[in-house]
Design a protein around this ligand. Sequence first.
Ligand SMILES: [Zn+2]
Length: 192
Amino acid sequence: MTENVEAIFEKAGAVLKGHFLLTSGLHSPVYWEKFRVLQFPRFTEQLCTMIAQRFAKDNVQVVAGPTTGGVILAHEVARQLGVQSIYAEKEGSERLFRRGFSIESNARVLVVDDVLTTGGSVREVLGAVNKISGKVIGVAVLIDRTNQPPDFGAPFFACHHAATITYTPEKCPLCAAGLPLVKPGSSQQPVK
Ligand SMILES: [Zn+2]
């Protein structure tokens, strides 16, 4: 039931084809719009079951994620594991746990995120966990878009691997073909 992650994303209309500007500044013909999946609790539940099962025997005490998608995922994985869930918010160049969140010293923390591209937001959560003296016991994402996931210093799990096709703006064939560039997010409007 939970095995075909790509089918869930396809069913939710979350695998967008076109010409997208990624956060990294690179261009890509494919964009995984996780919020088209996360808007359906049933899909979110199925995907989070894969993560919860993978770390079921690791005595997870806290599940932590970055805003915004990570809030939903941390909450659902924590619900399934019967533990606490917290989220880290952007503050300047880093992320911090606000909202009065506190955890036990050396609490066993599972870090979750939606789509892994550069690993930047996961690293920021690792930094935030470190600041409140948590111990990261694993990192899990829905979609790993890297060719080789970075070493986070803890076991890594992805529900699905889908390596990114990316182009630098100068060498982008979609730019050359004159296709409008779209910055995924709130509006889906062409960048220029
Ligand atoms: Zn382009």
